[in-house]
Write a protein that binds this ligand. Sequence first.
Ligand code: PRT
Ligand code: MG
Length: 210
Amino acid sequence: MTITLALSKGRIFSETLPLLKTANIEVLEDPETSRKLIIPTSNPDLRIIMVRATDVPTYVRYGAADIGIAGKDVLIEYGLDGLYTPIDLEIAKCIIAVAAPNNFDYAKRIEQGRITVATKYVKTAQEHFTHKGVHADIIKLYGSMELAPLVGLADVIVDLVSTGNTLKANNLKMIEKICEISSKLIVNKASYKTKLKDIQSIINIFQKAK
Ligand code: PRT
Ligand code: MG
């Protein structure tokens, strides 16, 4: 039975390749240069579909892909309905954090109990500030969060940070770590039952490789 694996371009794809290689599985086209969205592998029973990082759980949840790899950041926002998460692959690591301009007085704003937050991670941000007892006015963005506090759209941002170079280049600093992020293998619950043997063997490959 053919197994379909949903991946996103960029860091998740490139960090998944070496894991597949441990089982001698080669990806037969490079999604960075090819325009193909369905990519065969050297294992005739495994194909890869390329989707946006935030769409990976959707493809897997509806069974269009049997398995996928998605960041914990995406999974927190999307929820885990219909999905198993058998393995934390510990790839594409970063943290999700509150960041603000270098001169921003965060402590004072927290004391006042109200803050404006620009983020792609609405649920994560909302929960974080509710927990702190602070009223957060959340402004949903789809990208370039770093710009928001520089032009007065928000006081702070909630975003992913890995090297911190992007924050630094924009005179922002990390002020609070919310959570560590890595990518997980996700599995469609129905596929897991109907294709048990084939999916389990892919899970085993990732388990051994990590
Ligand atoms: O880019 P696109 O809009 O298509 O989608 P995406 O940003 O969701 O995908 P992609 O491939 O950039 O990220 C996929 C997954 O990689 C995320 O869901 C995270 O789980 C994980 N990941 C790990 C990261 C980072 N590290 C990371 N640094 N995702 C994004 N970033 C961003 C960060 O927000 C910052 O803007 O990369 C930029 C550079 O970070 P610094 O700190 O190294 O400067
Ligand atoms: Mg990106």
